[in-house]
Write a protein that binds this ligand. Sequence first.
Ligand code: PLP
Length: 381
Amino acid sequence: MTLPTVYFDHNATTPVRPEVLSGMLPYLKRYFGNPNSAYRLGQETRRAVEKARAQVSSLIGAQYPDEIVFTSCGSESDAFAIQGAAVKKHLITSRIEHDAVLESFKLLEARGFEVDYVGVDRYGRVDPEEIRRFLRPDTCLVSIMFANNEVGTLQPIHEIDRICREKGVLFHTDAVQAVGKIPISVRELGADLLSLSGHKLNAPKGIGALYIRRGVRLSPLVTGHQEKERRGGTENVAGIVALGTACALAQNEMQKHSVEFLRLRKHLEVGILKLPGVRLNGHPDLRLPNTAHFSFEGVDGHALVVGLDLEGICVSSGPACSTGSVDPSHVLRAMGIAPALAKGSLRFSVGWGNSMEEVERFLEVFPKILEKQRRVLSPRS
Ligand code: PLP
């Protein structure tokens, strides 16, 4: 590739920060011991794992580090929380969850569990009172995401937690897109279970964590003695160290970054909303600072992604179906966006390393790409 890449897809994955990489490398080289071994080489890595556990726990405001269980990714954390908590017949989730959550619920339904799916308003927000109406004496879990990965809308987590607490029902939140981007305190918010993923906050892929409030018991997905019998498998020490470092960096820099990301996002939004036939999706205010999602009339989102890629700019158009065309996303459908409009959607998610110059470059090339692609779909206009 000759053009420098402008990367506006941080909700898909993020680059590993140099500090994170240099912090993890010794655990792939010199400190290779198994953290479960009794000799010093093992104890060295055990100390590193426990330091990282404290760093993760501090970022999300957990009371005790041992409320953090390391997993292989956000999807595993979600599956562990949902399948591990399914002890009674009925569970509740929303229509706009990530597939990592929805697939676990589908699996449970196939096994005879009953699941209710709450809807969202046009901004993609769940109504906590709808959850209350769905609750039954045999409800064992409510799972509602913290922030939506496509449109960035934040959910009323505190209110949902209050309702679940009143009824003695466990509450899980998939916070994969929120952790590291906005302040989170499980002590203040509530939530019994919270999923997070390393590669969304500048750590590598293949490492995640599940917060499990003290006293909450889940049946493990992977059995074994590690992680206090909660998740078997020799720990991914280098990945865990990386996640810990990324969490510490996020905690120190979150305020500065969210101001900067919001500045970039707002500039991008102002520029894009000047174009004809465009609407901004997601909540105007209650939204991740780094995420902006638009639908463009009379155009295919996938074609825009390809056009931008030729200019060295990475954005995403939503989930692609197997034929290569864009399948209108279940999130946009749940928000009531017409399928034809949903097909012409783009998500921008800014993050570490982005600059105003990159936003300017995007705003310079995008109108031409949009116009060209609109002519392709409607040659006579
Ligand atoms: N949940 C949400 C909201 C996500 O955005 C993602 C990834 O895109 C996941 C879960 C899955 O995380 P992972 O890729 O670490 O399995």
